[in-house]
Each structure stands twice: as structure tokens, then as C-alpha cells.
Design a protein around this ligand. Structure first.
Ligand code: KG4
Ligand code: ZN
Length: 412
């Protein structure tokens, strides 16, 4: 039997995307039209502009994805399923993608799969790594960006950090997720971008990652990252709010802005000293990373209490490119033993599972919770992840009727 082929469509925010992906992890085509140039001068995404741009661009984007995929002689009929983002996202934007997908699916008489955008972010790492159960004899493909990362088997954690999301969740199965923490105010990306602007950090031409990447580079020049330590408190710290599983970035963003304004007002030139800017950039970055790390650690502790054998943590989203973030999260995950997490289930339940033994933690070799970082291109919004999630859902028998509606506010 040949692998399944999925067309994925994503229009939840400001990128118009279509992609064709197979169940044996081949990305046959991938087309993305960004609207960055439209929204940038407006200082943020304007839903109406985004809606019109999706309407204008989606047909060509889909056409190009189909042409580039090199489908067999039956052309578009070779596609087995059509997957599309239903939500969450901007209502009108979602509508453009969903209507196109519904019409295509109905006309071609193919199954339609409505996909949750966050679930798709979470499942991406299952496309970009090898599943030991099914990928045994698959030679490494030159199309698929298979990395050396281990395969995230369920349950695993996902830390989604971008301009749009700040989310820590448990993926229990293809269809079941629980949110451990989300932001109560700004996303981490918003806070980073605002701070980078306040600091007037030089733009790094030709480098992907935008203001965050520039801030990271700039912070490397800091001589004293602790200069503003006491004025950049870690938000919702574990010490004070032990169980408060929430992210908050508005406070640290404002704190950084206050420091900039104060330094400017006391400087003879009216400008903040370059050295101090670098120290603030580094201090801000460390604070934001520490905040994330505390919640990840707390999340892993909570999972352990529930006896969840967390195999790995997937870092996704633009901010996940940050090297400091990755290494600090790795330190946290290293402290947790994936197998011992299961072994440390509450005593009553363990006693009833006779085969499990009580000394599993000491007999089984240590297996730290692995950190997995999918390729940056697949961590930002894209249709590859939608097509892949469609395939995962379809293989579980999860198909939707042609009259499904958008779900702009779709809880996990
Ligand atoms: O996922 P993403 O590319 O796009 C959207 O959210 O739409 O995330 C973009 C965010 C921006 O805030 C950007 O400044 C940040 O990711 N970012 C970084 C780095 N590279 C990108 N933040 C910190 N360090 C980086 N190296
Ligand atoms: Zn996204």
C-alpha cells in the first residue's frame, strides 16, 4: 500500500500556506506567502488586511503547492485527504482557508480534517523525527528534514514560544492535550520585540528571527548581565506562587522600558549607554528564560506526581531559536528521568500493578527527558504541520463533515 497524501491549508493568522505531505514523512511541496509587508507599517496584524490578502493569495498558493508536489498521473486525485486549520485564529482569515478546503474536499470527494492550530504545532516533531516503530527501514530521505532528535512518543510536553503563543502543554495522544500554562498578558515574542525596539537594537540584515535574534546577538556583548537584576524580577516566581502555572511577560517588558527611560533621562546625551543597553538586553533575556524554565520544571514535577512518563519536551515557535533558552531548558529536563516519572506513581496504584516492580527507578538506566527542537522553518506557522496533523488524525479515524465551522477560540 502506498503512503497517504495530504494537502494542508493554513490561514489562521498572517501567512497564507499550503503544503503536500505524505504519511511516510515526505514533504512533497510547501508554499508560504507572507503578509509581513502589509502589517509591519501598521504596527501589528490588521485582521481586515489579512483577510483580503488570504482571499487574494490562497488560490495561487494552493495551485503552486499542487504543481510543485510532482503528484502521480492522477494529479490532484492522488491526494487522499484535505486538512485545514479550523482555529484558533482570526475568524475571517480562518474562514478563507476552511471554505477553500471544504469546497475542494467536497468536489474531489475526499475526507476533510479540521485541525487545531496548536495541536499541529505540537505534533510537528513527530514528522521531523523518526518513529522507531514504523520507520525502521526507511532510508533517510533528501526531502524530509529528519534530524538526530529522538521521536516524541506520547505523552510529551510542548513549549510553544512565539509572537502569537506562549504555551506549555502535555500531548497525551493525537487527540488529547492539556494546557499546563499559558500567558495571562503578552506573548513572549511580543515582549521580546517591544524590548528590542526600546533598546533600538541594530537590525541584523539577512538574518532570520527578527528582533529576537538581534536581541540575542546584542546581549552576547554584555559585560554585566546582572546589572539590572533587582529591577527585573522573575514574574510569577515559584517562590511566591508555588502552584501558579501561568506565564506573564507584560511586567518584565514594562520593567525593561522603565529602565531605558530612566537611563535616558539621567544621561547627559539623552541616550542610553551602549554597555548598559547590552547589560539590559542580557538581563531581560535571562529573566524571560528563567521564567519559562520555572514553569517547565513545575510542569514536569506535576506530571511526575500524576505518574505521566514524559518522554520528551518539544520546543517550538520562533523564540525557540534562542540558544540560551534551549540550553537552560535542557538543564531542567536533564534533572528529570523519564522512566522514573512513571515509577514514582502514587504508592497505591503502583502496588496494584504487580508487574511494574517497585525498584524500577534504580534498575532501569537513567533516561533524561529529551529536548527536541524541530527545524525553525517548521516551528513558525506553516501548512506542513497542518497536513501532517491531518494524516495523524485520519489514521486514528478522525474525519470531519463538510459543514464544519471555523473555531476562532478553540480550547485545547
Ligand atoms: O514563531 P514566529 O517566527 O512567528 C510568529 O509568532 O508569528 O515567532 C516570532 C518571534 C518574534 O518575537 C521574534 O523576535 C522571536 O520569535 N525570535 C526570537 C529569536 N528568533 C526569533 N526570540 C529570541 N531569540 C531568538 N533567537
Ligand atoms: Zn502558530
Amino acid at each position: 500500500t502506498r503512503p497517504l497524501i495530504a494537502l494542508g491549508i493554513e490561514t489562521s493568522c498572517d501567512d497564507t500556506c499550503a503544503a503536500i505531505v505524505t504519511s511516510d514523512r515526505q514533504i512533497l511541496s510547501e508554499v508560504l506567502r507572507t503578509q509581513h509587508h502589509l502589517h509591519e507599517p501598521m504596527g501589528g496584524i490588521v485582521p481586515k488586511l489579512a483577510h483580503h490578502a488570504h482571499m487574494r493569495n490562497l488560490p495561487e498558493v494552493v495551485k503552486e503547492a499542487i504543481q510543485k508536489a510532482g503528484l502521480g498521473e492522477r494529479g490532484i486525485q492522488e491526494i487522499d485527504i484535505i486538512a485545514v486549520t479550523r482555529g484558533p485564529g482570526l475568524a475571517h482569515c480562518l474562514g478563507v482557508g476552511l471554505n477553500a478546503a471544504k469546497t475542494l474536499a467536497a468536489a474531489l470527494n475526499k475526507p476533510l480534517i479540521g485541525v487545531h492550530h496548536m495541536e499541529a504545532h505540537a505534533l510537528t516533531a513527530r514528522l521531523t523525527t523518526r518513529d522507531p516503530a514504523t520507520d525502521q527501514d526507511q532510508a533517510s530521505s533528501d526531502i524530509v528534514p529528519i534530524g538526530s532528535d529522538p521521536y516524541p512518543s506520547f505523552p510529551f510536553l510542548t513549549l510553544l514560544v512565539s509572537g502569537g503563543h506562549t504555551l506549555l502543554l502535555v500531548a497525551h495522544s493525537v487527540d488529547r492535550y492539556t494546557t499546563l500554562a499559558t500567558t495571562v498578558d503578552d506573548s513572549i515574542g511580543e515582549a521580546i520585540d517591544k524590548t528590542a525596539r526600546e533598546l533600538d537594537i541594530p537590525w541584523l540584515p539577512g538574518r532570520a528571527g527578527g528582533p529576537g535574534a538581534s536581541l540575542e546577538e546584542f546581549a552576547k556583548g554584555s559585560q554585566d548581565p546582572t546589572r539590572y537584576l533587582d529591577r527585573l524580577p522573575i514574574p510569577m516566581s515559584l517562590r511566591n506562587n508555588k502552584w501558579e502555572m501561568k506565564f506573564s511577560f507584560a511586567g518584565v517588558k514594562s520593567a525593561a522600558t522603565r529602565i531605558v527611560n530612566q537611563e535616558k533621562s539621567t544621561s547627559p546625551t539623552g541616550e542610553m549607554d551602549e554597555e548598559k543597553k547590552k547589560d539590559l538586553a542580557a538581563g531581560f533575556q535571562n529573566c524571560a528564560v528563567a521564567h519559562l524554565c520555572q514553569k517547565v520544571e513545575q510542569g514536569l514535577m506535576d506530571c511526575r506526581k500524576q505518574g505521566l512518563e514524559i518522554s520528551s519536551l518539544v520546543i517550538s515557535g520562533g523564540v525557540g531559536r534562542n540558544a540560551t533558552l534551549r540550553s537552560k531548558i535542557e538543564e531542567v529536563c536533564n534533572q528529570f528521568d523519564s522512566r522514573a516519572m512513571k515509577a514514582s506513581k502514587p504508592a497505591g496504584r503502583r502496588a496494584s500493578a504487580a508487574t511494574e516492580g517497585t525498584s524500577a527507578a534504580t534498575e532501569v538506566p537513567r533516561q533524561p527527558v529529551q529536548v527536541i527542537c524541530p527545524p525553525p522553518k517548521l516551528c513558525t506557522d506553516n501548512a506542513v504541520m497542518i497536513a501532517w496533523t491531518g494524516l495523524e488524525r485520519y489514521q486514528q479515524g478522525l474525519v470531519d463533515p463538510y459543514d464544519i465551522d471555523i473555531a476562532p477560540k478553540w480550547p485545547l
